[in-house]
Design a protein around this ligand. Structure first.
Ligand code: KIV
Ligand code: ZN
Length: 516
């Protein structure tokens, strides 16, 4: 039996992560990521900001209705209406948490909130009490704590703990702190807030100076027992502390840390891939833990050392974080039951028999083209199948491209638009460009393409290409994904996926814009 304390992992990929410009996700996508986070065994999933928009509300509600093993959390400004909305969105959660916040730094109180410090304390206490009427599990954050006055922080934190906050979270909202300083802040707060032992101390670090993980770890060494983080370090501006780095640092350096997490590390790489695919944010190859090169030894001396004795150059094992976990699972002759049960093992559940049928048809099509079907192929296929039934107004029916040395490529395609067949033909600088131009001829969407990225899902030339596109229209940014063994078809699917989302609409506000 270990006598180590537990370090609570609070994942905010679906909330702060989604605040990265361009990382917006649909409700279905959020539910898929939430399921992956549950498999990863994160303790708390911050699913969104229910007061931001109806879409956000519905996403938090859908996650609350799906997830059973992790606590589902909704963010709320310290406002009556926000808290009521968060409570409503979490009503069906197996375990729900309301996370309320108000800014406490002099600059935020004066310039953003235009409130006196006394009024800020009063509002924070009122909000925590209101949230406690809705759930026992209430978290409070003094926004921009990293630049707040120490005495004022102590005062407001004591007051909210008295009012019923069970977790107090110290955000370095603008990523200004450095590791020793931030760890010291946590230690001093714990020593100076009289009722400090009545709450769990949490930290939430942004990566503007590249030290979000270091700051969080320093805080853990000084008594923080919850860390807020995101998969791949996604998040506002330079991002949040990366979950995979925090978890593996604590696990690898058990000689240093007095605590442990319950994370199922083998799910780290699959979850990282899912988030990268859905958001269109590629993971840099040299990113710790989840980058393609994180465990690749190139130099002869290193390779030789690893072959002789693994630990000469390796402090962690790739397979422990889920690398190499992809295995051939299904093929051309696999039946519906095998298909359904493998997807169940991957945590994918269908809302209807119709969705399962749609996915199975796509699986059979893929199996005709590709001999071995891996878990990653299944994930990509499910993305398309679950999205398409409910939301696709425009669908690709057929695409023919002509590409020849010395000739300008041409694409000819047929789309179904609200059930009506439409055709177009266009030339472009490459086959993908030609296909996009043909789509534009029909849809005249008026969007601007911000990102186009291709990835192979598995290895080998028969791998599916997975394409991510990001488009913008009138300040709204959405992502689209598509996969196919033919990358021109995958590209057209990704573009149409994004345009379908644009046609769906849905506006949202930002939690930190007007604070209160
Ligand atoms: O960065 C921040 O301050 C936040 C709070 C809402 C916790 O995201
Ligand atoms: Zn944040």
């Amino acid at each position: 039996m270990s006598d180590k304390e537990k370090l609570i992992i609070f994942d905010t990929t679906l909330r702060d992560g989604e605040q990265s410009p361009g990382a917006s996700m649909t409700r279905e996508e959020k539910v898929r990521i939430a399921r992956a986070l549950e498999r990863l065994r994160v303790d708390v999933i911050e699913a969104g900001f229910p007061a931001a928009s109806n879409g956000d509300f519905e996403s938090v509600q859908a996650v609350a209705r799906t997830v059973r093993e992790s606590i589902v959390c909704g963010l709320a400004r310290a406002r009556e209406a926000d808290i009521a909305r968060a409570g409503e969105a979490l009503r069906d959660a197996a375990a729900g948490r309301i996370h309320t916040f108000i800014a406490t730094s002099p600059i935020h109180m004066k310039m953003k909130l235009q409130l006196e410090p006394d009024e800020v304390v009063e509002q924070a206490v009122r909000s925590v009490k209101q949230a406690r009427q809705l759930t026992d599990d209430v978290e409070f954050s003094p926004e921009d704590a990293g630049r707040s006055e120490f005495d004022f922080l102590c005062r407001i934190l004591e007051a909210v703990i008295d009012a019923g906050a069970r977790t107090v979270n110290i955000p370095d909202t603008v990523g200004y702190n450095l590791p020793d300083q931030f760890g010291g802040l946590i230690r001093r707060l714990r020593e100076n807030v009289p009722n400090a032992d009545k709450a769990v101390w949490s930290v939430h670090c942004h990566n503007d100076l590249g030290v979000a993980v270091a700051n969080s770890l320093s805080a853990v060494l000084n008594g923080a027992r919850q860390v807020e983080c995101t998969i791949n370090g996604l998040g506002e501006r330079a991002g949040n502390a990366a979950l995979e780095e925090l978890v593996m640092a604590v696990r690898t350096r058990q000689d240093v840390f007095p605590c442990k997490t319950d994370i199922n590390a083998q799910e780290i790489v699959p979850t990282s891939r899912l988030v990268s695919n859905i958001t269109g944010f590629a993971v840099q190859p040299n990113k710790a833990i989840v980058g393609a090169n994180a465990f690749a030894h190139e130099s002869g001396i290193h390779q030789d050392g690893v072959l002789k004795h693994r630990e000469t150059y390796e402090i962690m094992r790739a397979e422990d974080v889920g690398w190499g976990a992809n295995r051939m699972v299904l093929g051309k002759h696999s039946g519906r039951n095998a298909f359904r049960s493998r997807l169940q093992e991957l945590g994918v559940a269908f809302d209807s028999e119709e969705q399962l049928n749609e996915a199975f048809v796509r699986f059979k099509d893929l199996a005709d083209k590709k001999h071995e079907i891996f878990d990653e192929d299944l994930q990509a296929l499910v993305s398309e199948a679950t999205w398409s039934l409910e939301n696709e107004r425009v669908r690709l029916q057929s695409l023919r491209v002509c590409s020849e040395t010395g000739e300008r490529p041409e694409a000819e395609l047929v789309l179904s638009v609200d059930g009506e067949e439409r055709r177009a033909k266009a030339a472009g600088s490459g086959p993908v460009d030609a296909a996009f131009r043909a789509i534009d001829q029909i849809l005249q969407s008026g969007t601007e393409l911000l990102l186009y990225a291709v990835n192979n899902i598995t290895s080998g030339t028969d791998s599916q290409g997975e394409v991510s596109v990001r488009v913008e229209k009138a300040g709204r940014v959405v992502n689209g994904q598509g996969s196919d063994t033919d990358i021109v078809i995958a590209s057209a699917k990704a573009y149409l996926n994004a345009l379908n989302k644009v046609m769906q609409g849905a506006e949202r506000t930002h939690p930190q814009v007007d604070g209160v």
